[in-house]
Design a protein around this ligand. Structure first.
Ligand code: ADP
Ligand code: MG
Length: 359
């Protein structure tokens, strides 16, 4: 490399940045934004992808199927208003749907809104603390769900529905059954990644049963459910400790630490700002096919950079001895300075053309 830099600086100083620029430009047109060149190199070596479920493998545009009251102490409209009023402050994909439960002018003001470990949200409304989130949130609050209800919920989940709850400090008030479809191309994308030799692991904050339905549908062998942001982060660290190059794909607040820790963080462009801030690559519209495209772009550019170094090296290895008079002693052939100029220009044209061809 040192010889190439001295003899033909254009191979590294020009052709490499041009390769990177052509690729990032082409990728951007397709909807893949590389934030830095290091991400390209890291991605070309990736062998494990940890992928989030809600909003990444699923559409993240959920539709509400029903809200079922679990107590006589509250009325339907009251619960809807509370849910919508809290969710208006949340960035979770489910929240966008739930905010529309009541017209905007009927939303109540809330105090002390907060995300709870990726399992949901809480805020003070009408003078009481209200919590909206997953079963894990309810369990952490030590509120109980009776056995017959759990069976109903299990059935709902087997049908692919996500269940969220609303509770106050004393009791669970209602559950919501929400349908969030799996992205139409998710199965093909997972299949492609697996056949490209990338191990795929799903990590979700959602319930075990929802996770297993999605994993089974998509052919994902390994998954982790009920993950906190810390769990997702630890998972990335553990797999890195096995010597793997880890990409993490996600969309939510709860993915941000893992996105930052992974060798390559891939953020869904329809996700939260903090995910996009933490990732090295942003996939516009959250199109999963672009995750595969990003891996392919990165492999292509790394191959091209190495090819360029080969060409630069080959030109120099052959022509420097010739220019220095290697053929003069034996054959009396002088290498003319004009030929040097031509060869030099040709080598630059070769590597730069190859780099631009990436586009
Ligand atoms: P993933 O890790 O797959 O993206 P999340 O951690 O975002 O999943 O969500 C897991 C579950 O937590 C959701 O399916 C939902 O039940 C619940 N949840 C999280 N945030 C909210 C919220 N703002 N409102 C309602 N439910 C929520
Ligand atoms: Mg998510």
């Amino acid at each position: 490399v040192a010889v190439v830099i001295i003899a033909c600086p254009c191979a590294l100083g020009l052709a490499t940045p041009i390769s990177v620029m052509s690729t990032t430009g082409r990728a951007a047109q397709k909807g893949v934004l590389f934030k830095d060149a290091e991400a390209i190199e890291a991605l070309s070596k990736v062998n494990t992808l940890i992928i989030d479920k809600t909003g990444t493998l699923t559409e993240g545009k959920p539709s509400l199927k029903e809200i079922k009251l679990l107590t006589d102490d509250v009325q339907h409209i009251q619960v809807e208003t509370w849910i919508a009023s809290i969710e208006q402050h949340s960035t979770h994909p489910i929240a966008k749907t739930l905010t529309k439960l009541v017209p905007e002018d009927q939303l109540l003001s809330t105090q002390d809104f907060e995300d709870v470990f990726g399992f949901g949200v809480k805020a003070k409304v009408d003078g009481q603390w209200l919590y909206v989130g997953s079963q894990k949130l309810i369990e952490t609050m030590r509120l109980s769900l009776n056995d017959s209800l759990i069976q109903i919920l299990d059935q709902q989940r087997r049908e692919g529905n996500v269940i969220s709850f609303i509770a106050n400090d004393q009791q669970v008030l209602a559950y919501m059954s929400i349908h969030d479809a799996i992205k139409h191309n998710a199965k093909a994308v997972i299949h492609q990644l697996l056949s490209d030799g990338v191990e795929v692991i799903m990590a979700t904050g959602d319930h075990e049963q929802n996770a297993s339905v999605v994993a089974e549908t998509l052919g994902i062998q390994q998954f982790f459910a009920n993950c906190t942001p810390q769990d997702k982060l630890d998972l990335v660290k553990n797999i890195q400790a096995e010597g793997k190059v880890v990409a993490m794909a996600g969309d939510g607040i709860n993915d941000a630490p893992a996105l930052a820790q992974a060798n390559i963080g891939i953020a869904m462009g329809n996700g939260t700002d903090i995910a996009m801030e933490s990732g090295d690559i942003v996939v516009m519209e959250g199109d999963l096919e672009n995750v595969v495209a990003a891996v392919q772009f990165s492999k292509k550019v790394m191959t091209r950079i190495k090819e360029n170094l080969f060409w630069a090296f080959a030109y120099n290895v052959i022509l420097i001895p010739l220019a220095a008079g290697a053929l003069y002693a034996g054959f009396g052939i002088m290498f003319m300075p004009e030929w040097s100029a031509l060869a030099m220009a040709l080598s630059s044209v070769t590597v730069i053309s190859l780099s631009l061809a990436l586009k």
